[in-house]
Design a protein around this ligand. Sequence first.
Ligand code: ME8
Length: 476
Amino acid sequence: MDRYSITTPIYYANGKPHIGHAYTTVASDVLARLNKQLGKEVFFLTGTDEHGAKVADTAVSVGKVPQDFVDEIATSFKECWQKLDIEYSDFIRTTDKRHETGVIFALKKLKETDVIYEKTYTGLYCTGCEAFVTEKDLDEQGFEPLHQKKPVVVEEKNWFFSLAKFLPEIKQAIETDRIKITPVERKNEVLGLFQQGLEDFSISRSKERLKWGIELPFDSTQVAYVWVDALLNYITALGYGSDNDELLKKFWPADVQVMAQDILKFHAIYWPAILLALGQELPKSISIHGFFTINGQKMSKSLGNVIDPADLVLEYGSDATRFLLLSAFPFGNSGDIDVQNFREKYNSIANTLGNLVRRAFNLAEKYGVVIETVPPLDKSVFSESSVENLRVLQNVLETARELNVELDKQAPWKEADETKRNAIVKNSLEKILALAQMLAPTMPSIAKAILGAVGSDGKITNPPVLFPKQDKFIAK
Ligand code: ME8
């Protein structure tokens, strides 16, 4: 059986999930579901990144001990994914024992193979990025632009990773698409980093400054640097470092690692370097989507424009929320999410798809039309490229629109000949069922309702009500 493995980033457990996290996770879930439908054995991994200064500082600021705090946040992510109908195979937390065991195993291996060394380092540390930054990364006021934070000067002894010896292989892997980075602008952006020069990176932090992390097995004064800890989740979740590596053999390397551009450098350079040092394979592709703004502004707690995906689910239901998020702008582009548009768009989906299904199914019920076989998913329209597949799935609305027009034109209700009339309705119904198969990855419940309305005898008994909230909005 063909296999497909896909990952989302593991999100920082320093706050509840927002629609940025939901966007990535929904896109990944859609691809995971599509590949299941295409008959593949799928592993879809997500989780939470729970160590490091960012999480520890937030826990302190709300008066909680880190472990209690991250337990709550991890639960809120799981609840959110449940509301959005995310069918992950595994949810890894970096405070899981299995993860810690894997990280310790990896750290020992890095030490044994001499790819790390000790050095005293002075630099500017940005807690927002959880990374050292340089003056040239800052704006005129000395703030790090993405997180709007002033980095702090840190001088400490750390363990460093010798990056240089892995760079030629990584560069070549990216150039030749052995690690395929999409869209191509992002690939070029990464290749540009090699030109600028890439320095060795720290793999540990001094425990004097930060206790909330995994202690290095060979130096009890240090904890693992949160990014090294976090990146390893992709293999520890599959059993790396344990005595059962069955899943690792089956599902690593990942077919696609999905994320926004903010964390591309970590995934396209540091992560492959760590994998090479550990003797593991490189991911096959990295799919980058845009980092979006909300109504033209960066999403931030201080601006009060952070959108909780659970509120959208309350308003539109999970299926429509998934569709609205993914169709807000093309995958891979940067864009703006204007939630004011969501209602209008919801009504448009409800009108197009809802009406089509209601009309055709009512006619089928009325005339006693029988469906012999439910058409399977049309595999021919999908390519190996996962991002394009997301676009194909967006076409469902257009198809629904066309089918509505076709039904109006053929007007079976005006047809006097019963055989002809029933043939038209049957044909329309079969096309709708084929459309439902295409809808399934994005709108699983709606697809199920459509497909489930055909009884085992092929008759339509209960025409489904797909968008129960439509009337509420139209009434407003
Ligand atoms: O970076 N637009 O976690 P994070 C689009 N823990 N996507 C967005 C977004 C936005 N405005 N905001 C967030 C981390 N995202 C690390 C990752 S992985 C080993 C460790 C999504 O909570 C997007 O996928 O900051 C982005 O890459 C990710 O959330 C960052 O999540």
